[in-house]
Design a protein around this ligand. Structure first.
Ligand SMILES: *Cc1c(COP(=O)(O)O)cnc(C)c1O
Length: 454
């Protein structure tokens, strides 16, 4: 029997073979030359690749629906093929002379993402990931509001604190409520001090997928006049299914076009290989901070080198090629196939939450179900029950994740100390069909650890 993974990967390989033929044809007027690599022992290379494949077997099966742990989603076979195809050229999107076609594809793909958020005009580009995209957004924020503080929720990604330190900007974390969303009273207390330059709103926190109330933060902006940066590295694509979300998340995503900058990671929910992040600015004129003398209309011109509006220099053009190709097949439109993939994961998360809530062996968050597609629960019993269930599930080929969360998010009478909980990111469309199987394995693992049947 051929493994499922092999069938899936064979699809990418077939696409790649055909693509390479066409690409070769694009350059067939060049004179032949003897590549240096031909002298490099093809048998030995094959042996080493074989060994490489064996070494790569030492991984959790991230591509499989029974991997339901961290935020990991396999690239689409087309993205896989397009990335590998671009490797034949190895374009560099720093400058047009390093990657003409891939720079044009990047501009088109990034334009598609900006459009998803409701922006007709924008400045933006791809990055190596969410960290660098956020760094750039906070760097611009610091230039726009020099000497002022950056404020984010304590549930924001820890990268904001570190980035602020790198940039030499003061950072303050404000508390989050029992729903994992930024506490707006705590935020306002900071704003009243009069020195906050930028507020980071996280639309989809990394730990539990909570969505900060961007709509209400924007009301505060009217009064206190700060910049708003939206970190939607993980959650950004949920804009496409905002009507299926709960009230709070729907209102937040509905207001996203009012942000000053947005970060989204195509390498998280966008079916892309790593490193593919994206940063977008609403005001094209922030391009001037990248030290450029041209009039701001230049920032949208065809002569623009992406390196002139990004802090990173050399950057994989292949990331842009893979993203562009994927967006041709699966455009970012409401009701489209890509959006349906997000909905399927979300339905799986809601059903999973429902089953866990009905199971006496688990405690759920007091604030209710998942805002996006991340489910967390606290097994009743010993403090190490979560770790033991995690291990027992892994023995049954079900891979979950662990997360530490305040005890009083689950039990109002609990302390604010962090306790070990289980976490599952149901971000693959296949998770919906696999939920029954996932449940059986989890049920058995929970029974083994707690000594109680569900
Ligand atoms: C993942 C994530 C980041 C960091 O992005 P990388 O791509 O891992 O560098 C930042 N913010 C949020 C909300 C994230 O989920």
């Amino acid at each position: 029997m051929i493994a499922m993974s092999q069938r899936q990967w064979e699809k990418s390989a077939e696409l790649l073979r055909e693509g390479l033929k066409t690409l070769g044809g694009e350059f067939d007027e060049l004179p032949e030359f003897e590549p240096f690599a031909a002298t490099e022992k093809p048998e030995r290379a094959a042996e080493i690749l074989e060994e490489t494949a064996r070494r790569l077997g030492d991984n959790f099966p991230y591509f499989h629906p029974l991997y339901a742990g961290q935020m990991l989603k396999p690239p689409h076979p087309l993205a896989h093929a397009a990335y590998a195809l671009a490797m034949a050229i190895n374009p560099n999107n720093h400058a047009l002379d390093g990657g003409r076609a891939s720079s044009a594809m990047e501009i088109e793909a990034v334009g598609g993402i900006a459009q998803m958020f409701g922006w007709k005009e924008h400045l933006g580009h791809l990055t190596s990931g969410g960290t660098f995209a956020n760094l750039e957004a906070l760097w611009v924020a610091g230039r726009e509001r020099p000497g002022r503080r950056i404020v984010a929720s304590e549930q924001a990604h820890y990268t904001h604190n570190r980035i602020s330190a790198v940039l030499g900007q003061e950072f303050t974390a404000v508390s989050a409520g029992a729903d994992g969303r930024m506490d707006l009273n705590a935020l306002e207390a900071q704003l009243k001090r009069g020195d906050v330059g930028t507020v980071v709103a996280t639309l989809g926190t990394t730990a539990i997928g909570s969505v900060d109330a961007l709509d209400e933060i924007l009301v505060l902006r009217e009064k206190y006049g700060f910049r708003v940066h939206v970190d939607a590295a993980y959650g950004g694509y949920f804009k496409l299914i905002e009507s299926e979300l709960g009230d709070g998340a729907r209102l937040a995503f509905g207001a996203i076009a009012e942000a000053d900058s947005i970060v989204v990671d195509p390498h998280k929910h966008g079916l892309q290989p790593y490193g593919c992040g994206c940063v977008l600015f609403r005001d094209v004129k922030v391009g001037r901070h990248y030290k450029h003398d041209s009039p701001y209309t230049y920032f949208t011109s065809k002569e623009l080198h992406l390196g002139e509006i990004s802090l990173e220099c050399s950057r994989a053009g292949a990331s842009a090629v893979a993203l562009w190709a994927t967006m041709q097949l699966l455009p970012l439109v409401k009701g489209g196939e890509f959006a349906e993939g997000l909905s399927a994961g979300r339905r799986a998360a809601l059903e999973f939450e429902k089953r866990l809530a009905a199971d006496g062996r688990c405690e759920m968050m007091r604030s209710g179900g998942p805002e996006l597609d991340i489910v967390v629960w606290k097994p009743r019993g010993d403090s190490d029950a979560a770790q033991r269930i995690f291990d027992c599930a892994a023995e049954r080929q079900l891979h979950l994740a662990l997360v530490n969360l305040p005890e009083n998010w689950f039990d109002a009478a609990g302390s604010d100390e962090h306790v070990s909980c289980l976490r599952s990111v149901l971000m693959k469309p296949e998770h919906e069909a696999w939920l029954g199987d996932i449940w059986q394995r989890l049920d058995a693992a929970t029974a083994e650890v707690t000594g109680r049947k569900g």
